[in-house]
Write a protein that binds this ligand. Structure first.
Ligand code: NAD
Ligand code: DAU
Length: 353
């Protein structure tokens, strides 16, 4: 055990969108913790998300694959890992429809690999394996109701099936072997450093470049949006104060149809870019729907609010404005991503859609 630090937290997927926000929070808020960011640096992992903390004395980055048993064992052994916050995953639903196997490998096999290593390495008390998951495991809602922690799992895309499977393995390791697990299931995140394959950053980027804004189907599917900074503050609360063996839903009671959201973004960006009112909205284009497109997600976060006193810190309008401002101020970050293999991805997803 490295006596300099009170905990050594292995954050998997810490170079991705949510992971980088979480690493930043942990490194700055807990100088007495060592934060080991373990990430494969897939297309979605980007060390430029973490330039502000890369020199912090309590931060270490390791490139590696959670599917590789030897690598995971070496990390636990070498760093004496006391806790895990597991975010590494393939995260994009459209990609899972094109190729499910990668999702099975990382999200299912990789998670079980990590569970096995934690189980083998940890003896005694005071460890936490926090698994970060999604509300998509609950399936799709009609116009009424909210997902609760007790809602039956009903995953419907290859992505959500792989995340549901990983959630079941996490629970099974708790029930069967007593591994001290905690789990969180969050709604759609948005914010800075979001890879521009997802709805909000893709639309922001297309508006900037006056490209068509591709709305799947009629645009009446509903998502419940939460600022990424509020998601990582919920992870912080659950990791530290949540009950072992429990899962917590995370969301902001902030439902938008995709069409209303994109129109709202268009208006905001008309102002930001000094364009005429309504100019951006003219870019909206309706394209072929996503296969098996879930109609509505909405989270009941009462358990998290009442047990752990968590609340979102910003309104959606504030969070979205902050996000748009970040993308406009960080054109270079977007440019680096969208100039490479993203172009091929974009063409294959959107040409002839
Ligand atoms: P992301 O795609 O932006 O980042 C995933 C990260 O995992 C990347 O840095 C990638 O390099 C890394 N990674 C992928 N495969 C790996 C492997 N085999 N070994 C090690 N690292 C690997 O994803 P995100 O949006 O930041 O999501 C993070 C987690 O949160 C995921 O588990 C996702 O299911 C969950 N989640 C996401 C949302 C959301 O709205 N984005 C909402 C709820 C839950
Ligand atoms: O609910 C949590 C989930 O949210 C996370 O677990 C996933 O990792 C994350 O990717 C996200 O999944 P979604 O499929 O909801 O997000 P996405 O941004 O891909 O799409 C949001 C909605 O916008 C969805 O109804 C599909 C629609 N859409 C998306 C894209 C990329 C469009 O209409 N046009 C688009 O070009």
């Amino acid at each position: 055990m490295n006596m300099e630090y009170t905990k050594t937290i292995l954050v998997t997927g810490g170079a991705g969108f949510i992971g980088s926000h979480l690493v930043r929070l942990l490194v700055n808020k807990y100088p007495d913790y060592r934060i080991v960011n373990f990430d494969k640096l897939t297309y979605a992992g980007n060390l430029k998300n973490l330039t502000d903390v890369e020199k912090a004395p309590n931060y270490t980055f390791l490139k590696g694959d959670i599917c590789n048993l030897q690598e995971m064992q070496d990390v636990f052994e070498h760093y004496d890992v006391t806790d895990v916050i597991h975010l590494a995953a393939e995260s994009h639903v459209d990609r899972s429809i094109e190729g499910p196997m990668e999702f099975v490998m990382t999200n299912v096999v990789g998670t079980v690999n990590l569970l096995q290593v934690a189980k083998a390495y940890w003896t005694g008390e005071n460890h936490v394996f926090h698994h970060v998951s999604t509300d998509e495991v609950y399936g799709s809602l009609g116009s009424e109701g909210l997902f609760e922690e007790t809602t039956a799992y009903d995953p419907r895309s290859p992505y959500s099936a792989s995340k549901a499977s990983s959630d079941h393995f996490v629970s099974a390791f708790h029930h069967t072997y007593g591994l001290p697990v905690k789990m969180s299931n969050c709604s759609n995140n948005y914010g800075s450093h979001h890879f521009p394959e997802k709805l909000i950053p893709l639309m922001i980027n297309n508006i900037v470049h006056k490209k068509p804004l591709p709305i799947y189907g009629k645009g009446n599917n509903v998502r419940d949006w939460l600022w990424v900074v509020d998601h990582v503050s919920a992870i912080d609360a659950i990791f530290h104060l949540g009950r072992v063996g429990e899962s917590y839903n995370v969301g902001g009671l902030n439902e938008w149809t995709n069409l209303d959201l994109v129109k709202h973004l268009c208006k905001l960006m008309d102002q930001k870019l000094g364009r005429a009112e309504g100019e951006n909205e003219e870019l909206i284009t309706y394209v072929t729907d996503r296969a098996g497109h879930d109609m509505r997600y909405a989270i009941d976060a009462t358990k998290l609010e009442t047990e752990l006193d968590w609340r979102p810190s910003v309104t959606f309008e504030e969070g979205l404005e902050h996000t748009v401002d970040w993308y406009l101020a960080n054109a270079e970050w977007v440019e680096e991503i969208t100039s490479g293999s993203y172009r091929e991805y974009y063409q294959s997803m959107y040409d002839n859609r």
